[in-house]
Design a protein around this ligand. Structure first.
Ligand code: PLP
Length: 390
């Protein structure tokens, strides 16, 4: 059977593949410590679980409007007031995870001949989704020196190319945990203002897991002039430990959101009805529940950063948000290991520690580690890495 060319242009998600391999090793009785998963290790808060169970019992088990139940769309719009935004419920589309929102947006906005700028290291699905939309992902390299943030002058240079149709920003970032400050967003905004034909994706899925105090800065709240061409992405997976519920959303200009809902009406129809009622409860949750999870992540961040920097040859920046670190292991590449894939393979086979090579995120020489795991496993895992490389 000949498959369509489209599917041969992308690879399976490397992060999901490595987590699956680590899970299999654990299932086989091997004592693997996994730093590969992109999901909180907490259970979904009880009131959210109860709300979804109640919804099932109350018969909220039928199709919903394609863009989501009106109550949830309204609650999302209201929740964004906390970030200084004023949006209508009609500008919100509820999707099967933030990943699906991004997929729908790339499908309705990009096509052949379009280039889309993606600062590297990037979340693995951005280039794949842009490629699936027949457009061309353009990686803009960043490094430890700028805390993995794209500089305004880099953006300016890239925007000289008239075929650039979009820019994808992720803050706080997966895989680095770095986060653009208001001043940095303002500076990028100044450059973006010069190209009114360019659409901006602002992926804020980790914005509540921000260690700078409060919620991470929002692009449109900071640069309101970009409102009519920015789509903001967010979801329930990370903030509320709801990865398996598959619920996310996007909001932005009405025309784009309606187009995304239309695509959804012909593909997934809608997200799971009772999961949406659970998500509605999530938005009613007291901020202290999220703050508690964030504070635990912050403690673990400090633990892992300290442990990694104590390994000779490793350099690890302190992230501002999310639950990832992106340490530089390039001093081990060359003589000892051919590349970061070989290094990650060695650490999995020899040290029984699962992590994701930086090349999967477009930045070889680094490794991504998720610290959504216990203090004890962080300490044990870092010690294993140190021993294996010592
Ligand atoms: N955006 C980023 C940067 C992510 O890391 C993820 C998940 O790993 C997503 C979006 C999508 O998450 P979900 O589809 O679970 O909402």
């Amino acid at each position: 059977m000949k498959l369509a060319d489209r599917i041969n242009r992308i690879e399976p998600s490397p992060t999901l593949a490595i987590s699956a391999r680590a899970k299999q090793m654990v299932a086989d009785g091997i004592d693997v410590i996994s730093f590969s998963a992109g999901e909180p290790d907490f259970n979904t808060p009880e009131s959210i679980r109860e709300a979804a169970k109640r919804a099932i019992d109350e018969g909220k088990t039928k199709y919903t409007p394609a863009a989501g139940i009106p109550q949830l769309r309204q609650a999302i719009a209201d929740d964004y007031k906390k970030r200084g935004r004023d949006i209508e419920a009609s500008q919100v589309v509820v999707t099967v995870g933030g990943k699906h929102a991004l997929y729908n947006a790339t499908q309705v906005l990009f096509g052949e001949g379009d280039k889309v700028l993606i600062p590297a290291p990037y979340w693995v699905s951005y280039p794949a989704q842009v490629t699936l939309a027949d457009a061309e992902p353009i990686a803009v390299e960043t490094g430890l020196d700028t805390h993995f943030k794209m500089l305004p002058e880099q953006l300016e240079k890239q925007l000289e190319d008239p075929s650039v149709k979009g820019v994808i920003l992720c803050s706080p970032s997966n895989p680095t945990g770095s986060c653009y400050s208001k001043e940095e967003l303002e500076a990028l905004g100044e450059v973006l203002k010069t190209r009114e034909d360019v659409v901006v994706f602002f992926d804020a899925i980790y914005d509540r897991l921000y260690y700078g105090g409060g919620i991470a800065p929002d692009l449109v709240a900071t640069v309101p002039e970009l409102e009519d061409r920015t789509i903001t992405f967010n979801g329930f997976s990370k903030t509320y430990a709801m990865t398996g519920w598959r619920l996310g959303y996007a909001h932005g200009p009405q025309e784009i959101i309606s187009a995304m809902a239309k695509l959804q009406s012909q593909s997934t129809s809608n997200t799971t009805a009772f999961a949406q009622w659970g998500a509605l409860e999530a938005l009613n949750l007291d901020d202290s529940v999220i703050d508690e999870m964030r504070d635990i992540f912050k403690r673990r961040r400090d633990l892992i950063v300290e442990g990694l920097n104590a390994i000779d040859g490793v350099e690890c920046a302190t992230p501002d948000g999310a639950f990832y670190v992106f340490p530089d292991f390039s001093s081990f590449i060359g003589d000892r290991f051919e590349d970061d894939m070989a290094l990650a393979g060695y650490l999995l086979d020899e040290a029984k520690v699962a992590l994701v090579p930086g090349s999967a995120f477009g930045t070889p020489g680094y490794l991504r580690m998720s610290y959504a795991t216990s203090d004890e496993l962080i300490e044990k895992g870092v010690a294993r890495i140190k021993d294996a490389l010592g």
